[in-house]
Design a protein around this ligand. Structure first.
Ligand code: SF4
Length: 275
């Protein structure tokens, strides 16, 4: 952390992941972003992260028209997921034949940045398809279980991605949507299921709400940056015991129990009660 004035600091890039962190717990944001402390990843999570990165790479290669059959990633698991996706969403992969509203731009791993309150809001779209009156943001999700609609609606990705597109194109917010494709959907027995999708429409009201929320969050962050440390989340939210930084914050279950017991008076200090 630094105590120099906010205006003298270079603009920070804020991604949806960092906005989620900041919203969850400012101190966690500090550890991850400013202090560059890595979050430990469990081995099974690591395998999932690797699968996800390879799938994204595969989709990017395919979008670029490069052969994918010879890629090491093109193992049975990937092939099945890709084929299942093409089967349920053929429109996504067919050449554009629309005579009335043809595709004007299509790119995978497309990055956009917009300045906001002294910060650089940065997004990377897995696939962006633009027409003169429509903007489709596609995101590949590679978790084994799809998230609920309610959870995703609150996620900064669902909010930030359309916001940045509306701010960087002539499209109206109501012409923009974001679709998540869960490409690795499995049941409890690990059987591969059909890919599922969740689409979120965007609009003027959401755009204004996102603008207000971004304004509040970036203003707070600018104020916090001039302090020694960013605040910890309210303990009552109950997220600390499951946080990888719980010991560092002295908020692990064991440290909280020993803190409570140290608040108790020593036995010798307790007056004897006559029975
Ligand atoms: S333990 Fe709690 S306060 Fe500390 S970083 Fe994690 S969530 Fe934030």
């Amino acid at each position: 952390m630094t105590s120099s004035p906010v205006n003298a600091q270079p603009p920070l890039a804020l991604s949806q992941g960092l906005l989620n962190l900041l919203t969850t717990c400012p101190r966690k944001f500090q550890y991850t972003y400013f202090d560059e402390l890595g979050l430990p990843i469990a081995p099974e999570q690591q395998a999932s992260v690797t699968w996800g990165s390879q799938f994204h790479l595969l989709m990017q290669q395919r979008e670029l028209g490069l052969p994918i059959d010879s890629l090491p990633a093109m193992e049975t698991d990937f092939r099945e997921s890709l084929e299942a996706l093409i089967a349920v969403a053929p429109d996504l992969f067919m050449p554009d034949l629309s005579p009335t509203d043809p595709v004007t731009f299509r790119q995978s791993e497309h990055r956009r940045t917009v300045e906001f309150g002294g910060y650089l809001l940065t997004v990377i779209y897995d696939l962006l398809i633009l027409r003169s009156e429509q903007g489709q943001i596609i995101d590949w999700k590679t978790y084994l279980q799809p998230c609920s609609r309610l959870v995703l609606a609150q996620d900064w990705q669902t909010r930030l991605y359309p916001y940045v597109l509306a701010e960087t194109t002539t499209l109206a917010p109501s012409q923009i949507s974001i679709t998540y494709w869960f490409v690795r959907h499995r049941d409890r027995q690990s059987n591969c299921l059909q890919p599922q999708q969740l689409t979120f429409a965007y609009g003027d009201q959401q755009h204004e709400q996102v603008r207000q929320d971004l304004s509040y969050l970036t203003t707070q962050l600018s104020q916090w940056r001039s302090q020694q440390a960013l605040p910890k989340v309210d303990l009552a939210k109950g997220i600390c015991p499951r946080c990888p930084f719980a010991i560092r914050c002295q908020r692990s279950l064991s440290s909280m129990i020993s803190a409570q017991s140290s608040d108790l008076p020593a036995l010798a200090e307790i007056e004897e009660v006559a029975l």
